[in-house]
Design a protein around this ligand. Structure first.
Ligand SMILES: Cc1cc2nc3c(=O)[nH]c(=O)nc-3n(C[C@H](O)[C@H](O)[C@H](O)COP(=O)(O)OP(=O)(O)OC[C@H]3O[C@@H](n4cnc5c(N)ncnc54)[C@H](O)[C@@H]3O)c2cc1C
Length: 382
């Protein structure tokens, strides 16, 4: 029997995970990427237990996590440098941080192993419900299945008419990487992920291996010095003098500034065309789960399509996939947005709010629900 065919718009984290998961299940898959090569946007990335399990299921874990940083605590600190909350990274609930480029390379590798064809410099400008993608260069391709994993500004989502809302937050982040040096962390700070607050500014320090540290400088887009490019080091030094040594090193690595998108859709598919990842369910980065959800949902879709033998069965399988996955994805979106609300509280109120919330087992359970979730298609440890 001829293989079922899939075409995927977007060669980011979600697109490659989806493509690999389909190809590993016997589909003939082609990925179309707009950039002239597969290139990660951003610097480092947090991968929680759920995402790590997906990487294991896909066979990308070893390469994606080689030399990764295994933090022992995720710590939040106030404007005086005092600890607000120090959440241990518990044994069965892993959290790793890696350079995004490493994660993308690992996903590309498993795509190549599964014979996924990756076509770069190809912009998708639309899709229809019959598994067809349209290209900026003219022309189109049709497959049994088309998937839009083309990010927050997804043309596939737009042309299928699936978008219910695309909200852009006022908060955004500068993301960059600095080289790591001995003595960067005091004795009490070694081995931790540390997020410091001061007013509506946040400074997140994330080692990603022994050589590099990922920095996220978050502020509202109304904070002109805060979002200035190139980075206004004096402004950030004033807010976070304890990290002056890292702030001084900013500049070696490309820098992105951007506000966040939250996308909500009426459905994740129309006919034989689906959307996955930020195209379907972008969220604010407060829980570090957008990439995890993109990979998890791509794998879940491939699993839901396992029983399909005929393209006519694809629309029903896609509906069942959405039904099984929507709840966890929307939960994660909701809680990521809720978490961001503390930004606009006065410092002391924010400290009390975070402390009270995170010491409440119910709240902690909601915040970490996605991380604790066993994604479809993965094998729980032990
Ligand atoms: C500040 C910040 C920090 C974050 N931190 C984390 C974190 O720690 N952990 C985590 O899990 N998530 C994190 N996220 C979220 C995560 O980055 C996204 O959820 C994830 O990248 C989504 O993957 P995706 O493949 O759906 O989209 P993308 O990564 O955006 O990939 C889309 C791909 O499609 C391509 N493309 C776009 N348009 C077209 C087109 N028209 N035709 C062809 N190709 C196209 C793009 O070039 C790109 O390669 C963070 C996000 C932000 C903003």
């Amino acid at each position: 029997m001829a293989k079922l065919t899939a075409i995927v718009a977007g060669g980011g984290i979600g697109g490659l995970a989806t493509a690999a998961a389909l190809a590993q299940r016997g589909w003939a898959v082609t990925v179309y990427e707009r950039q002239d090569e597969l290139r990660a946007v951003g610097a480092g990335i947090y991968i929680w237990e759920n995402g790590l399990r997906v990487l294991e299921a896909l066979g990308a874990f070893t390469q994606a996590t080689e030399n990764a940083f295994h933090g022992t605590h995720f710590e939040q600190r106030d404007n005086h440098g005092a600890i607000i909350d120090s959440a241990p990274v518990a044994g069965g609930n892993r959290l790793l941080t890696v350079p995004r480029s490493q994660l993308l390379a690992a996903l590309k590798h498993i795509c190549e192993q599964a014979d996924v064809k990756i076509v770069t410099s190809t912009e998708v400008i639309g899709a229809n419900a019959r598994g067809e993608l349209y290209f900026a260069s003219g022309g189109s391709h049709t497959a049994d299945l088309a998937v839009g994993v083309d990010g927050v500004w997804s043309k596939v989502r737009e042309t299928l008419g699936l978008e219910r809302s695309h909200e852009q937050t006022t908060e955004g982040a500068i993301r960059t990487m600095v080289s790591a040096a001995a003595g960067d962390f005091g004795p009490a700070d070694v081995g931790k992920y540390i997020e410091c607050w001061n007013g509506a500014r946040r400074f997140l320090v994330t080692p990603v291996n022994s050589e590099q540290t990922y920095l996220a400088l978050t502020c509202p887009d109304t904070d002109a010095p805060g979002c200035e490019m190139p980075v206004n080091k004096a402004a950030w030094r004033d807010s976070f003098p304890q990290w002056e040594h890292l702030i001084e090193r900013i500049g070696e690595f490309p820098i992105n500034w951007g506000v966040y998108s939250v996308t909500r859709c009426s459905a994740w598919s129309a006919g034989r065309t689906a959307i996955v990842g930020d195209a379907a369910h972008a969220q604010t980065p407060n829980l570090g789960q957008g990439g995890g959800m993109a990979m998890q949902n791509g794998l879940a879709m491939a699993v839901a399509l396992e029983a399909v033998k005929d393209r006519r069965d694809i629309p029903d399988a896609l509906e069942q996939w959405e039904e099984s996955e929507r709840d966890i994805v929307e939960h994660c979106q909701r809680w990521a947005s809720l978490y961001g609300e503390v930004t606009y509280l006065p410092d002391e109120v924010r400290t009390r709010t975070i402390r009270g919330a995170m010491s409440d087992p119910w709240v902690a359970g909601q915040v970490f629900r996605a991380a604790n979730h066993a994604p479809i298609g993965t094998v729980p440890p032990g």
